[in-house]
Design a protein around this ligand. Structure first.
Ligand SMILES: [Zn+2]
Length: 335
């Protein structure tokens, strides 16, 4: 899909200097007049800040990217959202104290365990810094466990063992699944961790400024939509809505497709999304997120936007770095 076609519809592009096809000056010169909204990456999947952060490490070449681009955008009347990649973090995800661990004890680089309270605080500090800039809102990407088999790090096992009196501390997913009660408590702990992570960030942001915080909710067909998101990603949308009354629904980010408007699959998606439409009359703001859409998906995006009364559609034009590796993790494809 052409960049211009995305922008003329008022969709907000996600801007990351590392994946942009042209320098930012050229981009704004070419498209500035068409842009209504921009979502500018403030903390990247690399785990580095594109602004002079005092909390996160700064990118060697792009520490001025976020302040400069958001300021120019504001000057020409463009609404700016700051994007924070959360648990996908290749800097802290290298640290044995933070990185996520698969059932069986295999640590996985590049991904931070969502159950670490110190990480919630860290992300809160980052988000507070981003909120000090002139932004309409903050998008919290990747606030999820990557799949059912995570996380079995020392902290997660310790916390769960304390709660349930498990004596064997080397347990994995098989052990937890042997008892229905234990498994339910395990899922509940994960959901609670994701919720606390978002709550900590919302609180930190609102201590700075009253801007919107949009946690991402993954709506992925391949894992069975919301039931799958609860089990695999630890995402309970009802609880995430309560944290800020804002959400960003990520539509099939890993299968990267949207059903045609006249298909049964589209009907199924609409039925699943109906509660969000009902909640919007009670003040819930929804936004949509799509990765690298093609022209044939456009009609479905527009019609879902109007069905939900969504405020924004955010579009990621280029696949993020390590996309295939992340996709395998999030769909449980065995990498
Ligand atoms: Zn953990």
């Amino acid at each position: 899909m052409e960049t211009r076609d995305i922008l003329v519809r008022g969709f907000g592009l996600i801007l990351d200097p590392l994946t942009m096809p042209m320098p930012i000056d050229e981009f704004l010169g070419k498209y500035g007049g068409y842009i209504d909204t921009l979502a500018i990456v403030a903390k990247s999947p690399e785990g580095v800040a594109y602004y002079p952060s005092n909390s996160a490490p700064r990118h060697a070449s792009y520490e001025g990217f976020f302040p400069v681009v958001s300021s120019i955008a504001n000057d020409i009347g463009i609404k700016v959202y700051g994007v924070i990649y959360s648990n996908v973090d290749r800097f802290l995800g290298k640290d044995p104290n933070f990185r996520i661990v698969k059932s069986g004890g295999i640590p996985v680089d590049g991904y931070v365990c969502p159950g670490q309270e110190t990480y919630w605080q860290y992300l809160g500090s980052v988000a507070q810094e981003v909120a000090s800039y002139d932004v309409e809102g903050i998008i919290l990407k990747d606030i999820a466990y990557p799949h059912e088999e995570y996380c079995f790090c020392d902290t997660c096992r310790h916390n769960f063992a304390m709660e349930t009196n498990i004596t064997d501390r080397d347990f994995g997913l098989d052990y937890v699944k042997r008892s229905k009660i234990l498994y339910e408590r395990w899922l509940k702990m994960r959901v609670s961790n994701i919720e606390q992570l978002v709550r900590t960030v919302v609180r930190a942001v609102h201590s700075e400024r009253n801007v919107k915080v949009l946690p991402e909710i993954i709506v992925e067909k391949e894992i069975g939509y919301f039931d799958g998101a609860f089990i695999h990603y630890g995402e309970d949308y009802a609880r995430l809505i309560e944290t800020s009354n804002q959400i960003m629904l990520s539509l099939n980010p890993w299968s990267q497709q949207l059903p045609n408007r006249d298909s049964d699959e589209y009907e199924e998606l609409v039925n699943l999304l109906t509660p969000f439409r009902e909640l919007s009359s009670k003040g819930l703001n929804t936004s949509l997120f799509v990765v690298k859409p093609n022209d044939s998906m456009l009609e479905s995006i527009e019609s879902l936007k109007s069905f939900l009364g969504s405020e924004n559609v955010f579009v990621q034009e280029e696949l993020p770095q390590n996309y295939l590796e992340l996709r395998s993790k999030f769909l449980g494809l065995g990498v």
